[in-house]
Design a protein around this ligand. Sequence first.
Ligand SMILES: Cc1cc2nc3c(=O)[nH]c(=O)nc-3n(C[C@H](O)[C@H](O)[C@H](O)COP(=O)(O)O)c2cc1C
Length: 327
Amino acid sequence: MSYERFLRPALFRLDPEAAHNLALWAISHGLIRGRVLDDPRLRFSACGLDFPNPLGLAAGVDKNGSAVNRWAGLGFGSAEIGTVTARPQPGNVRPRLFRLPEQRAVINRMGFNNHGARDLAMAMSKRRTSIPVGVNLGKSKVTPLSEAPDDYLFSYRHVARFADYVVVNVSSPNTPGLRDLQGVSALRDIVMPLLAEPLSRPLFVKIAPDLHLDDITQIAMMSKEVGLAGIVATNTTLDHSSISAKQDQQGGLSGAPLFEKSTAIIRHIKSVAPELVVVGVGGVFSGADLKAKLDAGATWVQVYTGWVYGGPLMPYRVLSEYLDLLD
Ligand SMILES: Cc1cc2nc3c(=O)[nH]c(=O)nc-3n(C[C@H](O)[C@H](O)[C@H](O)COP(=O)(O)O)c2cc1C
C-alpha cells in the first residue's frame, strides 16, 4: 500500500498530534512496518557502537520509548528516544503541532510532553534492539534554570544504563529559558556531573541552529575540553522568515527550510573541532540530503519531519538513493 496515496492522506485529515499518536501506537504494536536495507557500504562504527546504516530517528518522535524495539524494523540505523525530563509533564496546551505541506515543514511547540525519567527507565528496560539507541534529556519545566544540573543528573541516573549514548538537550525553543543553558558555563555545569558518573556513556549536546557561529565554536571547544563525544546539530529553528504570516505559528520550525542552515553548522563544527562526532539533523528528505550532511562531516544523520512526509518506507528509499549516488 502506498503511503503517499493512501495512508498519508488519511493521517493528514486528522489533527497532526492525533495522527502522530495513532501512527506511533500502530508502530509500537507492529501494525506499521518498514523495509530494512542491509548493505555493507552503509555500515560504520562510531563511539564504540556498530550502526547498520547512517540514517537515524531523531528525538521527539518516540518520547516515552513506547516503540523502542520497532525502529530497527522500520529501516533506521539508530534511534534517539525522548526528550525525557526528570518529572512527568503534560507539555503545552493543544494545538501545538502544525503541518506546512507546501514548505515540507512542521512547526511545533510541544513543550516536552513526556512520562518522566522513571517511566522511561521502565520502557527502556524492555529494550532488545540491534541498533544503537540514544536517550535525549531535557529540563523539567518546573525546575528553575539554576537547578537544571540536578534535573539532568536525575534523568541520567535513571535511563543512561539502558542507552548506548546520551544527549543533553539545551536547544528546544519550547521550554522557557532552556536555550540560555547553551552558554558555555551553564552547559559545563550540566555536563560535568554527568561525565563524573561511574556509569559512562558517550555524551552529546544538542544545539539550536539560531546560535551565532562564535557561540557554536565556544560550545565545540568546551565539548572537546571536557570529553564530550560530540554535538547533535541541530534542533528546530525560531527563524520563520520563510513562512508566510498566514501560516505562521509560534514554535520551532523543522523540515526543508532548516536544511541549509543545519548543514552549514555541521561544516562549521567540523572545521573548528574535527575530532568531535557530529550528528546531523534538519531537513533530510532524500538520499542527496543525507549525502550532503555526511559530506559536510556528519558521522550519522537523523530525521523527523522528512519521515512524517515520507512514511514508513522513507528510510529504505533514502538509503537506496544514497547508495545510487555513491555508485
Ligand atoms: C513535533 C516535533 C517534536 C520534537 N521534539 C523534540 C524533542 O523532544 N527533543 C529534541 O531534542 N528534538 C525534538 N524535535 C526536533 C527534532 O529532533 C529535529 O532536531 C528537528 O525537527 C530537525 O529535524 P527535521 O527537519 O528532520 O525534523 C522535535 C521536532 C518535531 C517536529
